[in-house]
Design a protein around this ligand. Structure first.
Ligand code: C2E
Ligand code: MG
Ligand code: MG
Ligand code: MG
Length: 281
């Protein structure tokens, strides 16, 4: 009976895995169609400056609007796009959309810095970085309107190659942000080798920093370290006023989170910035 049960479990798992695989494959073959059809959209989440109380930078976050399956978030297709080699085309597509939006913001007299997430697999890809350089050369948008967000763990994979890639971005004029800081294992000596403009403290440390002493120490010492290195600090995942106040009191530069704004479609961004923070768009 035990054997029969094991066989049964095995059978059910195989069917489940097969179903999953089939869904992934069909999702991935649809990705190219989705890009062509304009179903890959970029939402923007404001980064609020705590010194000026203004929003002049945002993070681009991809969303897939599928007519049949509905809304698909990045966690549901970015890892697959990475594994199936489609992340390069997808990221270049997103970059083109962001450059177009950035050019529009400039034409309105409201230039903004746009953060773009760069997967670990792309960071050290020469083919990808060549394409980025070509795209920037063709765009009227200054490279300085962009900041590439690279996760701490991506920068740790192959440190030599990561340093080379980050320096190339810097030489192009694109700023670099270290995303999800605190979740990787980078050392101070390594951090100071990287040409960083911004460091984003991971949500998991920020969220309870106003209540939890060890999280508070991590956040305070990161802000202090970054400032000594001339790097700006963004705290991500701000969900309430108490958290925002803690960050203000500790001289954090920028804050991002649902309490300030959820990621919004591009059409809502300037309206949001104008309405909520009392600025003309
Ligand atoms: P991330 O770069 O760390 O982005 C922050 C994520 O936290 C976003 O989720 C954002 O919506 C969410 N978030 C923002 N504020 C809050 C908050 O106050 N509370 C909570 N609980 N969450 C908050 P999203 O958009 O689902 O993206 C998830 C991850 O997917 C991103 O993490 C990033 O690693 C990846 N991703 C998103 N867009 C892209 C893209 O265009 N390319 C690549 N390669 N990865 C992307
Ligand atoms: Mg990010
Ligand atoms: Mg640019
Ligand atoms: Mg992050």
């Amino acid at each position: 009976a035990e054997q029969a049960q094991a066989a049964n479990t095995f059978w059910r798992q195989s069917v489940a895995n097969h179903g999953k695989l089939e869904r992934s494959l069909s999702l991935m073959s649809d990705l190219e169609d989705a890009m062509a059809a304009g179903h890959i959209e970029v939402f923007y989440q404001p980064k609020l400056s705590l010194s000026t109380n203004r929003v002049t930078s945002v993070e681009a976050l991809v969303r897939w609007r599928d007519p049949e399956r509905g809304f698909i978030g990045p966690d549901q297709f970015i890892p697959m796009a990475e594994q199936t080699g489609r992340i390069q085309a997808l990221t270049l597509h997103i970059l083109a959309i962001v450059l177009n939006d950035a050019s529009h913001w400039r034409s309105l007299g409201y230039p903004m810095t746009a953060g773009i997430n760069i997967s670990a697999t792309l960071l050290t890809s020469k083919a990808f970085n060549d394409e980025v350089e070509a795209l920037l050369a063709r765009s009227s948008v200054p490279a300085g309107d962009l900041i590439f967000e690279v996760t701490e763990s991506a920068a740790m994979d192959d440190q030599e190659a990561a340093i080379v890639a980050l320096r190339r971005y810097r030489d192009l004029g694109v700023a670099v942000s270290m995303d999800d800081y605190g979740t990787g294992q980078s050392t101070l000596s390594y951090i100071q080798l990287l040409p960083l403009s911004e460091l984003k403290i991971d949500r998991s440390f920020v969220q309870f920093a106003h209540q939890n002493a060890s999280d508070a120490i991590l956040v305070q010492s990161t802000i202090d370290l970054a400032h000594r290195l001339g790097i700006k600090v963004v705290a991500e995942g701000i969900e309430d006023e108490a958290c925002l106040e803690f960050l203000r009191a500790n001289h954090c530069d920028l804050a991002q989170g649902y309490h300030i704004s959820r990621p919004v479609p591009v059409a809502d961004l300037l309206r949001f910035v104008g309405d909520v923070r009392g600025m003309a768009a």
